[in-house]
Write a protein of this length. Structure first.
Length: 266
């Protein structure tokens, strides 16, 4: 408990630098401990995930919903199939009717019984999506299916051109881990001299040994433990994440194992 109090007392002395080190340590611990969640989040931010083409298809009450869902989900070019709720179905149908002109009229049998939004796997599958769309019209009859045509999300262009998203798409999880580790190492270097000064005073007047190493080890272990326990509760255990926590904190910490000398205070 003495070394944990000493760790936070050192950070309190440093004010801004101490807060920076504490925030950088927590960030690195979270990136390591929550590795699967961070990796999944970065995958969701990849340009391809936002630029995937899609189309909507509305079916009348003569078409069996189960047959449509089975056919679409088994197609290799399909990433996801979303059911449209009644409000969305009505809105899509209204926009399609508006595009057909004021002279277009509908019968009760034309009203959509259900609708689906089909999202393709990547931006290069526009032709495959059009083929699938045409196949649905042929399978169930063009008079029973109303489609929007294959479209690309407008926001996809931003994700494809923005340098940050392109960087994350290229490097994935490592693209988050390496900067977090670099920032933590910088924060650690800024605080290291003060850890050494306080450690020398404690060793000099309280007859303790390796105070700097024990102080940093106790504090970093406490922060890592908070992140690891949180990850176990929220996402389940991850051995790789635990190993990353240990590696990222223990390798620089090894530099604190030297005896503190007075000349290091000048």
């Amino acid at each position: 408990m003495f070394y944990l109090k000493e760790f936070f007392a050192t950070l309190w002395d440093l004010k801004g630098r101490g807060a920076f080190f504490l925030l950088a340590s927590l960030t690195l611990a979270i990136v390591c401990a929550f590795r699967p969640s961070v990796d999944a989040g970065l995958t969701a931010l990849a340009p391809d995930a936002w630029a995937r083409p899609y189309f909507t298809a509305l079916f009348d009450n003569t078409v069996a919903q189960a047959d449509v869902m089975e056919e679409i989900r088994n197609r290799p070019e399909v990433a996801e199939v979303q059911m449209l709720n009644p409000a969305e179905t009505g809105g899509v149908l209204g926009r399609l009717i508006a595009q057909m002109g004021a002279d277009y009229t509908t019968k009760s049998s034309d009203v959509a019984a259900f609708g689906v939004r089909v999202i393709l796997k990547n931006a290069k599958m526009t032709n495959e999506g059009q083929t699938l769309l045409t196949g649905l019209e042929q399978s169930y009859g063009a008079e029973h299916v109303t489609t929007s045509g294959v479209r690309s999300p407008k926001v996809g262009g931003l994700f494809q051109t923005h340098p940050m998203f392109r960087y994350l798409a290229r490097f994935g999880y490592a693209g988050a881990l390496v900067p977090a580790a670099f920032i933590w190492a910088l924060a650690f270097a800024l605080c290291f001299p003060h850890f050494s000064r306080r450690a020398w005073i404690v060793e000099r007047y309280q007859r303790r040994t390796l105070v700097r190493a024990k102080t940093t080890a106790t504090g970093l272990a406490a922060l890592a433990l908070v992140a690891v326990l949180s990850s176990i509760v929220l996402q389940g255990p991850d051995v790789i994440g635990l190993a990353l926590c240990v590696a990222c904190f223990s390798i620089p910490w090894a530099a604190t194992m030297r005896e503190v000398k007075w000349r290091s205070q000048n």
